[in-house]
Ligand binder design. Structure first.
Ligand code: APR
Ligand code: PHB
Length: 390
């Protein structure tokens, strides 16, 4: 097979890029290691920056998101016995976020690709990238008994943190920056009405908690747990009891509990790989960077990579100009690092760290008190939460 752009990974990054390029007449194929059912069975985050929602519309994938997603103009932070609201709309100059699950968004992207006859290969095993520093790279894979091969102009590594693309960059070229947090999030999805119309982030001496949602009948809750905990150790009852302990009494009293329909523990990690380009290979999304989920920036940072990359590829194919491709890594990383900073800041502000001394806890409390006493501080939070421009 011959295409212009071969995309490794059929997650949101790969699918959205494929769709945007297709709409500009650029031919792509997406190689995905898993089956479609498997990809659509993964439960992930659910807050879209307003710029990402715009990009989904531009990609002609925004109809269901606009019908079923919920616009949120603010969220709350529970701390020190109070519940303070961050007015995103007011403090970001009229912007907001869209609450719409990544699973649904991925389903919409697959449907859009199918509608336009997009080429997607599922169950592609042993994907291998070849001749990336030549002007004729190619990719091979195994499926069933056969071997597939695609020749292309460019390879896009959109295959997530555990993918093969980043590993194809020689270690002498790749610089890695990593911070591992000494805790994880235990998440529960339940078919219950969310406890509040807006998200509630809670800083508590027993640890962080988050009340989120996927719709008005589907709730997503999280609590901070030690990395040594196993999901089997947490019964539903134990989860709800611990969540309630970390919420203000009035919120805990109206929390509707129910059986979990998904329960998992995710470790928290910050990671960036530089550069995001090697020869004809360009990385996008989780393949190049990871954030802890506290600021809801993972998926949103993937979106800006895809935006910059699609612009650069369109420029290259429409005018032959490679300047934007050459500038892609620096441009994407500038925004990636800002999302890293914000995610680290929110994580540090709201979690209980095992090595924190009383002094550190006082600083956290002071930071929160300062935040809600200063419109300037709330503006900083709001402009980052709704998403920096791209
Ligand atoms: N070959 C082919 N496909 C692969 C390979 C491989 N060797 N390794 C991984 N993949 C696939 C995965 O199965 C997955 O479907 O690549 C896809 C990567 O998707 P994601 O992990 O969802 O990453 P990305 O598309 O960049 O999405 C952004 O932001 O909030 C975060 O983790 C969240 O998934 C979200 C991400
Ligand atoms: C989620 O709903 O899964 C979610 C929401 C906000 C976050 C992280 C996760 O900051």
């Amino acid at each position: 097979m011959k295409v212009q752009v071969c995309i490794i990974g059929g997650g949101p990054s790969g699918l959205l890029l494929s769709q945007l390029l297709h709409l500009q007449g650029i031919d792509t194929v997406v190689l995905e290691r898993q089956s479609r059912d498997y990809v659509l069975g993964r439960i992930r985050a659910g807050v879209l920056e307003h710029g990402f929602a715009r990009l989904m519309r531009e990609a002609q994938c925004g109809d269901r998101m606009d019908r079923e997603g919920e616009i949120h103009n603010g969220f709350e932070i529970a701390h020190d016995g109070v519940l303070d609201r961050v007015d995103l709309f007011k403090h970001s100059g009229g912007n907001s976020v869209m609450v719409y699950g990544q699973t649904e968004l991925t389903r919409d992207l697959y449907e859009a690709r199918d509608r336009l006859g997009g080429k997607i290969v599922h169950n592609a095993e042993d994907v291998t990238l070849h001749d990336l520093t030549s002007d004729a790279p190619f990719v091979t894979w195994r499926s069933g008994d056969g071997i597939g091969r695609v020749d292309c102009d460019y390879v896009i590594g959109a295959d997530g943190f555990h993918g093969v693309s980043r590993k194809s960059i020689p270690s002498a070229v790749l610089r890695e920056y990593e911070k591992v947090y000494p805790f994880g999030w235990l998440g529960v999805l339940s078919r219950t009405k969310p406890v509040s119309g807006e998200l509630i982030y809670a800083r508590h001496e027993r640890g962080f908690a988050l009340c989120s949602m996927r719709s008005h009948v589907l709730s997503r809750y999280y609590i901070q747990v030690p990395l040594s905990d196993h999901v089997e150790d947490w019964s539903d009852d134990a989860f709800w009891a611990e969540l309630k302990r970390r919420l203000p009494d009035e919120v805990a009293a109206r929390l509707i509990t129910g059986p979990s329909i998904e329960k998992s523990i995710a470790p928290l990690r910050s990671y960036v790989a530089e550069p995001m380009r090697y020869g004809r290979l360009f990385l996008a999304g989780d393949a190049a960077h990871i954030v802890p989920p506290t600021g809801a920036k993972g998926l949103n940072t993937a979106a800006s990579d895809v935006y910059y990359l699609h612009q650069a590829l369109v420029a290259r194919y429409k005018t032959g100009d490679e300047a934007a491709l050459d500038g892609y890594s620096d441009r994407a990383l500038a925004r990636v690092w800002k999302a890293q900073r914000f995610s680290w800041w929110m994580t540090t502000l709201l979690h209980r760290f095992p090595d924190h001394i009383a002094y550190d806890q006082k600083l956290q409390q002071t930071e929160l008190a300062y935040l809600f006493s200063s419109e300037t501080a709330q503006r900083l939070l709001a402009e980052n939460y709704v998403g920096l421009p791209f």
